[in-house]
Write a protein that binds this ligand. Structure first.
Ligand code: SF4
Length: 243
């Protein structure tokens, strides 16, 4: 299924800057340091250019499936805890398509700095697409439940949990993509190292229940990303509003 970005869509600048390695300390310094200020202005111009190129190139699409919880062997304590109380799972895959990889690769040979900005912007865009897909999935599941019976029990869904987050192994991507037949449906393939192509693709696992469930974020202590996570270096954590 295709994903349509709203016409006023913008890529989140805070996340984008963080992926580019620009910390709050850098932003603060740019307020008083002329050189730093000029560099940040140049970067923001590149982000504007990159954003336009990305919205032109992206062909966002997604697929999902609902299955009984026991049909997917869950790996990792953090994912098991996230899905506690859920009797069904929603598996999803979202991709921006091959043209975004092509854009990154073509720009790499001509304008290396811009290509880094595009690459990080594409990661932000993939999250945006995954969030839009999740909204669409919620709407469809709610409509199916209501259509099936006039006194249907409401459905509750946890947030998306991606393989490779917390202590869930990246290998779980293979299970998700297999269930979704993602190669056929979305053109997503997996390398031996479990990296997806197109590279700007996201798999997700959500829990589903007929009673309220909240899911649970991984703790930093159990997260495989903790040694390179830019958030914990700034004393923050994922899933918490940084505003
Ligand atoms: S803040 Fe970073 S290390 Fe902590 S759980 Fe989130 S991604 Fe993992």
């Amino acid at each position: 299924m295709d994903i349509r970005f709203p016409s006023d869509s913008k890529l989140n600048r805070d996340t984008w800057l963080r992926l580019l390695g620009v910390s709050e300390a850098h932003l603060k310094r740019a307020e008083t340091d002329d050189k730093m200020h000029a560099a940040l202005e140049r970067l923001q111009e590149q982000m504007e250019e990159a954003e336009g190129l990305l919205f032109e190139a992206a062909r966002p699409a997604f697929a999902y499936a609902v299955l009984a919880a026991e049909d997917l062997p869950v790996q990792g304590v953090s994912l098991a805890k996230h899905l506690e109380g859920c009797d069904r799972l929603v598996l999803s895959a979202v991709t921006l398509g091959h043209d975004v990889d092509e854009l990154i690769s073509v720009t790499q040979s001509e304008k290396i700095a811009l290509s880094v900005v595009i690459d990080c912007g594409a990661s932000v865009m993939a999250e945006l697409a995954a969030n839009l897909a999740e909204e669409q999935i919620c709407d469809e599941l709610a409509a199916d439940a209501t259509g099936a019976s006039s006194d249907a029990t409401p459905l509750y869904m946890t947030e998306r949990f991606s393989p490779g987050y917390g202590d869930s192994p990246l290998e779980m991507q293979a299970q998700v993509l297999d269930v979704l037949d993602a190669e056929q449906q979305l053109g997503i393939t997996l390398s031996k190292g479990f990296m997806m192509s197109p590279s700007k693709s996201i798999t997700g696992i959500m829990g589903l229940a007929d009673h309220p469930v909240t899911g649970r974020l991984a703790t930093c202590a159990e997260c495989v990303l903790r040694d390179k996570c830019p958030l914990i270096k700034e004393g923050k954590r994922c899933g918490v509003s940084q505003g």
